[in-house]
Write a protein that binds this ligand. Structure first.
Ligand code: G6P
Length: 369
């Protein structure tokens, strides 16, 4: 087993560090040389085929569901098709409205999660076209779906998903860009701009792993708190959900992610002196709004760790510490902001002496209901 860990203490840490390669392997076969077009040989859709969809469903569990939330944002923003997203165990029992103009996308690292597989079968029965986004070639979900896009993350062993998540995000981005180019919903200039950022993304993921000492120090400081809150708006909120899940899964610290604007409707009551709040602020359209939410928690004496892009010189004025990630297009920044959150969870769990790769009560793949 030590050999399989390739010198890392845990599979989870190894898999965090494999993300630049995993993301590169997922992007490279699908991006043309001059960064002007997505080439999806596995789908070969036509304009007519995409235009026939009047609704997309995204269905998944756990971390894959969090990737789905980002996927919904991408498809709506870029391809302008309404997307509904649901947790597989909810979807399969709620009599969903589906017909042959629906595209159902299921996301699953293992391709074996029983609720996701059942939701896929139910979608097919109701007439939807189906697409699986999965990491395991020949898995049950890959075989059941009409079409498959593989995430090329390589085997993921740690129960807490890391590189599968980042490759799922990038796959959903590629899919949304592909749909938008067929539909003509974004200009060739914007396409080129986004695809150039996509080309640089693997190196930027690598840069987020260069200086982890401050993250280790924060994790040590906060490892014995009972609660940690994660806040953000828009895409930052979806990354916050994933960051909180990571912390719960492996360190057993109670963590809650909140849409920053929703705090005042309840959760603000839990913010008291010294409570750690991780605040993501990378989305320009809601930046000012997020700042005012940050000020609200600061006024209650929370200890705030801000997560920002490298070119942000504002956030540090309002928070206790800042972790910066490389600057990229704000659509792609979730692939960078999630990395320090994975590391925070990892080092908090280590500090508490938890079994990082095999957390209590959890399984890598849930194949029974
Ligand atoms: C389990 C794992 C999670 C994973 C979820 C969905 O709960 O512990 O890490 O996100 O299942 O798994 P899937 O293989 O369908 O992505």
């Amino acid at each position: 087993e030590a050999a399989e860990k390739g010198g890392y203490e845990h599979f989870m840490l190894k898999e965090i560090y494999e993300q630049p390669k995993a993301v590169r392997d997922t992007i490279s076969p699908r991006l043309n040389k001059d960064n002007t077009a997505i080439v999806l040989n596995e789908l070969k859709w036509t304009k007519q085929y995409v235009e026939a969809f009047n609704k997309v469903y995204i269905i998944a569990c756990g971390t894959a569901y969090h990737a789905g939330l980002v996927g919904k944002y991408y498809i709506e923003k870029l391809a302008r098709i309404p997307v509904e997203i649901d947790i597989a165990s909810e979807f399969r029992y709620r009599d969903p409205i589906i017909d042959d103009h629906t595209l159902t996308i299921v996301i699953s690292q293992s391709g074996e999660t029983s609720d996701t597989l059942a939701a896929l079968k139910e979608s097919k029965r109701l007439g939807a076209k189906t697409l699986a986004v999965t990491n395991v070639v020949g898995s049950s979900i890959a075989r059941e779906a009409d079409q498959v896009m593989y995430t090329w993350a390589g085997p993921e062993i740690a129960v807490a998903s890391t590189k599968a998540y980042t490759t799922q995000l990038v796959t959903m981005f590629i899919l949304a860009m592909y749909m938008s180019s067929l539909k003509g919903t974004i200009s060739p200039e914007r396409t080129h701009e986004l695809l150039t950022e996509l080309r640089h993304l693997p190196d930027q993921v690598g840069r987020t792993l260069e200086d982890v000492e401050p993250i280790k120090a924060f994790a040590k400081n906060y490892a014995y708190n009972n609660d940690v809150f994660y806040i953000g708006r828009s895409l930052d909120y979806y990354v916050a959900l994933e960051g909180a899940l990571k912390l719960k899964e492996i360190s057993y610290i109670h963590a809650e992610a909140y849409a920053a604007g929703e705090l005042k409707h309840g959760t603000l009551a839990l913010i008291e002196s010294g409570v750690p709040v991780i605040a993501l602020a990378t989305q320009k359209s809601v930046y000012e709004k997020t700042l005012s939410n940050i000020k609200e928690v600061k006024a209650r004496d929370a200890v705030i760790i801000g997560i920002a892009a490298a070119d942000d010189n504002e956030l540090e004025k309002y928070v206790d510490h800042v972790i910066k990630v490389p600057t990229t297009d704000e659509l792609l920044i979730p692939l960078l902001t999630v990395v320090p959150l994975q590391l925070l969870a990892y080092y908090a769990a280590i500090t508490r002496g938890c079994d990082v790769d095999k957390p209590r009560n959890l399984a890598k793949s849930v194949t029974v209901e």
